[in-house]
Every structure is written in C-alpha cells, then in structure tokens.
Design a protein around this ligand. Sequence first.
Ligand SMILES: [Zn+2]
Length: 73
Amino acid sequence: MSTKRRTLSGYKACRRCKLVVPEDAKQCPNCGSEEFALKWRGMIAVIDPAKSCIAKRLGLNKPGIYALELVEE
Ligand SMILES: [Zn+2]
C-alpha cells in the first residue's frame, strides 16, 4: 500500500507536541510521548523559539521540526 499524499514518508509526528521524528523513533525526544500520527500536513522548522513569533503562537518552545496539522485516521 502506498498512498502518497502530502506526507513526508519516513517521518511521523508526535500527537502531543507535534514534533516530527523519524518513523523508527520509539519515543518523542521533546515531550516523551509514545503516541505518534503517521499522517500529518505541513511543517515548520523552529530554530530559535524565543525569536520566532510563529513558534510562540503555536506554543512551541523547543527547537525542532513540527507538523502544522495532524491527520486523524
Ligand atoms: Zn512530543
């Protein structure tokens, strides 16, 4: 089965903090959650959360790549 939509294959997004991690990661390095969404849309790279108004608006306070929207199955 290969459904190629706008998801980045090989990566999944943490359901709690939306951090994007490799598909084989067992735990989110950001919040420690073990629940991930395999489908997600859009991504934002947060390099310096303190200086990024988008990061502030999304409530992100750690650097990393985050999904903008999780797609529920
Ligand atoms: Zn997380």
